[in-house]
Ligand binder design. Structure first.
Ligand SMILES: *[C@@H]1O[C@H](CO)[C@@H](O)[C@H](O)[C@H]1NC(C)=O
Ligand SMILES: *[C@@H]1O[C@H](CO)[C@@H](O)[C@H](O)[C@H]1NC(C)=O
Ligand SMILES: *[C@@H]1O[C@H](CO)[C@@H](O)[C@H](O)[C@H]1NC(C)=O
Ligand SMILES: *[C@@H]1O[C@H](CO)[C@@H](O)[C@H](O)[C@H]1NC(C)=O
Ligand SMILES: *[C@@H]1O[C@H](CO)[C@@H](O)[C@H](O)[C@H]1NC(C)=O
Ligand SMILES: *[C@@H]1O[C@H](CO)[C@@H](O)[C@H](O)[C@H]1NC(C)=O
Length: 437
């Protein structure tokens, strides 16, 4: 390299560092940051569309599921959905089996409903380039949330006098029965969801936890962390080569802040001890997350998080003319299609009430706005309905093709357009669409 070139490089480097040190609010500083972000969307490969998202409990996973549902609809992808006897989950807490998948949703691109993880069973139905993703949450906040959410539902919690978390933590074995129905909500829930052994004897629990974390790391390309939700989404979009718009979200399935309680250091310690495997998993994957964020470049991540939040604000303005519709408890939400499932009378899961100001002038599609806030159970029903129509339509067309001599009639058939076409949406959007007018 000639001395002249080296000189020019030195000048360039010192100019950039000078620019960086002079106030981050200048727009050309953003341009410099842009250079630090690796390009997403290599044109040859396109967006990844074969995905398993293991939806864990009480981890903000409903919000991630909503992102995947909307992505699937926009891109005409098939989402595996449960057969009717399984409800809206794949017969959780039973270990996942390919028999739980509704035949009209086969072969799938995306799996994102609650299930207990079995890699071998998922491999039977998923393409071999499937990317596995999941999400974990800090064990203290997680357990406090489980305890409050399943208080009237899970026997291990129902037995506790006065529904006191402290009482449970003082003597968990007085209330917990390992083999009992719903016991998975009371100990190492994340481990259980991931297909692991929640009741490993304490003699080798640490060894087991480390081995299990390594196994999870081998299968899952990304383990998101609920405490760093937006940062996790940036990693997600880079991993999948998606656009920033693809990961836009409004928060779903939250509790009223008033039903949340603070933990003492001592309580946190007891929770981590009781959920030892989950605690190891969390620490392991929080470390991996930050390693991945560092690899991507913290400046790049910060910039994309900022853009994501700005896009979110724009979307809220476009959809509801200012701010999100007010959060309401389930009972207060008059449209039952927007009412989230309530686990008990003691804990309020909040949702969005009917959007008053769906702005038509902004050009934002009403359907698009509604899909951002529609709860899991209703969206699952709606997707199943759409996919069944699509499936029958395809089957019908194939039969026509085989039976008809002239192909002209086929062209008048509605072909694949049923999927994602607002006019053909099921009960839910039709009912809700009224409120946008
Ligand atoms: C994945 O599946 C395709 C077609 O089913 C096959 O051609 C390919 O070899 C498989 N790749 C791997 C890595 O197994
Ligand atoms: C339950 O709460 C009541 C009233 O707050 C209290 O008197 C009682 O001692 C509590 N019981 C237990 C087992 O903590
Ligand atoms: C929890 O802590 C926060 C701040 O540390 C405080 O504002 C809030 O009132 C506390 N909540 C309860 C239920 O004690
Ligand atoms: C996650 O890891 C980061 C980086 O090591 C650390 O600063 C942070 O405290 C961890 N978060 C939690 C909730 O443990
Ligand atoms: C709805 O829009 C009107 C006018 O655009 C505004 O005056 C009103 O405050 C908005 N209502 C809500 C709940 O945002
Ligand atoms: C999805 O299918 C519809 C109808 O067949 C089509 O108009 C649309 O372009 C498709 N979208 C994508 C992303 O493939």
């Amino acid at each position: 390299m000639s001395q002249k070139k080296i000189f020019l490089i030195l000048v360039a480097v010192s100019t950039v560092s000078l620019l960086l040190h002079r106030g981050g609010h200048l727009s050309w500083t953003m341009e410099v940051f842009r250079l630090t972000c690796p390009a997403v969307n290599a044109p040859q490969t396109g967006k990844h569309t074969n995905i398993v998202f293991l939806k864990t409990h009480k981890t903000a996973s409903t919000t991630v599921q909503n992102i995947f549902f909307r992505f699937a609809e926009r891109n005409n992808l098939t989402v595996a959905l449960p057969v009717t006897p399984c409800d809206h989950q794949f017969c959780y807490p039973r270990m996942f089996s390919s028999h739980f998948v509704h035949p009209n949703t086969m072969p799938p691109n995306i799996v994102t409903s609650h299930l207990r993880f079995s890699h071998s069973e998922l491999r039977r139905i998923m393409p071999n380039n499937t990317i596995y993703i999941t999400i974990l949450r800090e064990p203290g906040a997680m357990f406090e949330s489980l305890f409050s959410y399943y208080n009237q539902y899970c026997d291990s919690f129902k037995r506790v006098p006065n529904g006191s978390l402290q009482t449970f933590l003082d003597k968990p074995w007085s209330y917990y029965r390992p083999g009992e129905k719903d016991s998975m909500y009371a100990r190492n829930t994340l481990t259980f969801d991931l297909g692991g052994d929640k009741d490993r004897p304490s003699a080798d629990v640490m060894k087991y936890a480390k081995r299990f974390a390594a196994e999870v790391e081998r299968v899952f390309s990304l383990v998101m962390i609920a405490e760093y939700f937006d940062e996790s989404l940036i990693l997600l979009r880079h991993l999948l080569s998606w656009d920033l718009e693809d990961v836009l979200y409004f928060k779903q399935n939250m509790r009223m802040p008033s039903s949340r309680s603070n933990l003492s250091e001592a309580q946190l310690h007891k929770i981590r001890e009781w959920n030892a495997i989950d605690a190891v998993l969390y620490d392991h994957f929080n470390t991996s997350l930050w390693r991945q964020l560092n690899e991507l470049g913290l400046a790049c991540v910060a910039r994309e998080v900022k853009l994501l939040r700005r896009a979110q604000e724009q979307m809220v303005r476009g959809c509801y003319g200012g701010r999100l519709p007010p959060l309401r408890s389930g009972a207060e939400i008059t449209n039952k299609n927007l009412r989230p499932w309530q686990p008990s009378s003691k804990v309020a899961i909040v949702g969005y009430d009917l959007p008053v100001n769906a702005s038509k002038e902004s050009g934002m599609s009403q359907d698009k706005c509604l899909k951002m806030i529609i709860p899991e159970v209703q969206y699952t029903k709606q997707l199943l309905h759409l996919q069944m129509l699509h499936y029958r339509n395809k089957y019908f067309l194939n039969t026509m093709k085989n039976n008809m001599k002239t192909p002209t009639r086929q062209q008048n058939q509605p072909s694949g357009s049923i999927l994602g076409h607002p006019a053909t949406l099921g009960k839910i959007p039709r009912a809700s669409a009224r409120f946008f007018h």
